[in-house]
Structure formats: structure tokens, C-alpha cells
Design a protein around this ligand. Structure first.
Ligand code: TYM
Length: 368
């Protein structure tokens, strides 16, 4: 298993990541505290898609004492957005609504340029504005959403990035990120830039409040170094809440843009979705007769995971689908057909909102 901000490979063992990264599992008690404040438990929390955290309890302690927090998350615009990226963003939107908090959203066109030898800066920058349409299409509140485009907004970020960079040694950066002698300097400096939005609220408003970062666990190494230096700069340590990876449609592995045939992009048309889902790996048997007799295995089925993560909100209906699958009452073709319909419906709506977002995108810019 390899899980870094730039590569996720092999079967991800989430228990092991909690131990190795030194994060905390999300307990029943913490879920109860969240629901005390939000009035309900979000699907992604009750299904344990968000499974780990750092200092979420501290953020709630402060919130209950009247100290707000800000949300921070982001996107590395290396290509089009896939529906795996939407998982933490959907949860972030829910937190924004329930807690009435601000969101800082970072588009890292710089990161995607320095980490890929082939990338051109003009392309990653262009993609950042394109990817922002997906964010806006999800319905984030305009008055509480501030998008940062690293290259365009570097003047706003640079002083804090320098304060951060000065306090992180090369040996810490190597130990955290595995940098080699061959790693370029842009890449080595970049983690200081990703730290900045944790602290930018103070610069903009004068308020010192913690940041809470919803993201998949691959981003955690960034927060380890940021948390170490935050108190030295007079800030709260940023808190995190980590989600699991939506798998790709193949055998194992996370959904990844580098494997386009097993990823559903938000810009895919219905025919493309149909083809990809139709070719998906499932937990089905070799023949219909065998499946009717022995049932299938939802645990290893990529199609089932899509219902679990995004496309079946009703817990009872999800349980029923699982039961039917295990007992041979439903066939892979049926699930693929249902899933295709749901994805196509979701994307058709999303794509309309995405187009509409072209006229409002400027209003979400941090420098509006
Ligand atoms: P990026 O563009 O790789 O990913 C964007 C967000 O999506 C999460 N993610 C996934 N979640 C569920 N299932 C998947 N298959 C999946 N693949 C990716 C990522 O964890 C991330 O939350 N360096 C960052 C950009 C960034 C950022 C941040 C991300 C800058 N500041 C703060 C999170 C929080 C990046 O390249 O993300």
C-alpha cells in the first residue's frame, strides 16, 4: 500500500493508516457531538466514509464556547474533476451550511505544474478555473466561499508561505514527503503554499480561529508539518476530518484521473457513463444460474460502492440491495443499469449548474 498526496496504490488499509499517520478514529461519541450541533448525521459520517480526524473534538469544544472555525479544502487541477473529488466537497458544503462557516478553497495550479515533468503552467492554470465550475455547481454559499488560485493570488499567500517555509527543515520535509535529491525545488517549497489557507483568515479579518479541513487521507502529510509550526506562528493547529477513497470502476484502487476508463468525470456524457459502468468490476458470479444459487459479494463490488458513497441516500434501500445481492435476488446487470441511470441523472443536473457557474465564477474569487 502506498498513500501519499501524489500517489495512492494497492489495497488501502485504513486502520493501518490511522496507526501510521497517528490520527484518531472517529468515535460514536464524536458523531453524537457532531449531530448535537448539526441536528442530523450526514450520510458520509453515518456510513463511516469519514473515518478519521485530528482535533475535531477540539474544534467542537471551541465552537461550543463561541469560537467559530473556518473550513479549508482544495483541488490540484491536473485534469477534469471526477466524482471521487466530489465526496469531500459534498461533506464540506454540508458543514458550511450547518455551522454557518466560511470556506477557503485552494486551486493548486502551481503544485500540479511542479510535480509533473510534462505539465505546462498555462494548462494547469486554465484547468483551475474549469475545476472551480464543479465546486460552484455543488451550491456553495457565495457569501461564505473564497476560492484561491495559487498562481494568480500568490501575492496574497507569499508572506505566510515564507513564515511557514522558514520553520520547516529540509530533513523534516524529506521525512514527511519522501523528497529525493532529484526532487525539484518548486516541489520542495510547495507544501508551504498548501499550508497558507489554514492561516489566511487571520490576515483577512483579524480573527484568530482554527481551520477544519475535510479531505481524503492522502493529504494528511501536508497537515502534519503545518500543525507542528502553527503554534510557533501564533495560530491554532489546523484540524482535519479524513474520508476514504471512492474506488475506481476496476479491481481495487481509488478513482483516479490517470485511469480514465475507470473514473467518472463530471463532464462525461451519458454514453460514456454507460460504457464505463457496463465494464465495471463487480462481485458477481460466472453465470446467472450460479449467482441465483450462491449470491454475489457486494464487499468487493465497485458498483455497490457507488451506491454506498453517493447514489443511494436511503439506508434501508441500500441494505435491501446488499441483501438481495448476497442472496442472488439481484444481478449485476440490474445494479449497473440502476447506477447508470442515477449517475446520468446526477451529471445532467450538475452539468447544467456547471454551465451556469460560468457567469458567477468571478464572484467566488478571494479577491472579489
Ligand atoms: P486532489 O485534486 O488530488 O484531490 C481533491 C480532493 O479530493 C480528494 N480525493 C478523493 N476523495 C475521495 N475519493 C477519491 N477517489 C479521491 N481522490 C481524491 C483529495 O483528498 C482532495 O481532498 N494537493 C491537493 C489540493 C489541495 C487540497 C487542500 C486538498 C490544496 N489544499 C486542502 C484538500 C485540502 C490535491 O491535489 O487534491
Amino acid at each position: 500500500m502506498v498513500v501519499t498526496p501524489w500517489e495512492v496504490r494497492g489495497k488501502v488499509d485504513y486502520e493501518r493508516l490511522i496507526r501510521e499517520f497517528g490520527t484518531q478514529p472517529i468515535s460514536e461519541e464524536l458523531i453524537r457531538r457532531m449531530s448535537d450541533n448539526t441536528g442530523e448525521v450526514h450520510l458520509q459520517l453515518r456510513r463511516r466514509l469519514f473515518f478519521s480526524h485530528r482535533d475535531l473534538d477540539t474544534v467542537l469544544d471551541l465552537y461550543e464556547k463561541g469560537i467559530k472555525f473556518v473550513l479549508y479544502t482544495g483541488r490540484g487541477p491536473s485534469g477534469p474533476v471526477h466524482i471521487g473529488h466530489l465526496v469531500p466537497w459534498i461533506f464540506t458544503k454540508y458543514l458550511q451550511e450547518k455551522f454557518g462557516t466560511r470556506l477557503y478553497f485552494q486551486m493548486t495550479d502551481d503544485e500540479k505544474f511542479v510535480v509533473d515533468d510534462q505539465a505546462k503552467l498555462a494548462d494547469t492554470t486554465k484547468m483551475a478555473y474549469d475545476n472551480a465550475l464543479d465546486l460552484i455547481a455543488l451550491g456553495f454559499k457565495l457569501e461564505d466561499t473564497f476560492i484561491i488560485y495559487d498562481v494568480e493570488d500568490i501575492d496574497l499567500l507569499y508572506d505566510i508561505a515564507l513564515e511557514v517555509a522558514k520553520r520547516i527543515t529540509l530533513s523534516t520535509a524529506r521525512a514527511t514527503f519522501g523528497f529525493q535529491d532529484s526532487t525539484n525545488l518548486g516541489w520542495v517549497f510547495y507544501p508551504a503554499v498548501q499550508a497558507v489557507p489554514c492561516f489566511i483568515h487571520m490576515k483577512l479579518t483579524g480573527e484568530n480561529v482554527p481551520a477544519l479541513i475535510p479531505a481524503a487521507i492522502d493529504q494528511d502529510p501536508y497537515w502534519r508539518i503545518t500543525r507542528d509550526i502553527a503554534p510557533k506562528l501564533g495560530y491554532f493547529k489546523p484540524a482535519q476530518i479524513h474520508n476514504r477513497f471512492l474506488p475506481g470502476l476496476g479491481i481495487g484502487g481509488k478513482m483516479s484521473a490517470s485511469e480514465p476508463d475507470t473514473a467518472i468525470f463530471t463532464t462525461d456524457d451519458p454514453e460514456t457513463v454507460k460504457r464505463k459502468v457496463w465494464n465495471a468490476f463487480t462481485g458477481g458470479r460466472g453465470t446467472v444460474a450460479e449467482q441465483r444459487k450462491l449470491g454475489a459479494t457486494p464487499d468487493i463490488c465497485s458498483v455497490y460502492q457507488y451506491f454506498l458513497y453517493l447514489f443511494e441516500e436511503n439506508d434501508k434501500k441500500l441494505e435491501e440491495r446488499e441483501r438481495q445481492c448476497r442472496t442472488g435476488g439481484v444481478f449485476c446487470g440490474d445494479c449497473k443499469k440502476d447506477l447508470t441511470e442515477r449517475i446520468v441523472k446526477f451529471l445532467s443536473d450538475h452539468q447544467k449548474k456547471r454551465e451556469k457557474a460560468r457567469s458567477t465564477i468571478g464572484k467566488y474569487h478571494i479577491k472579489r
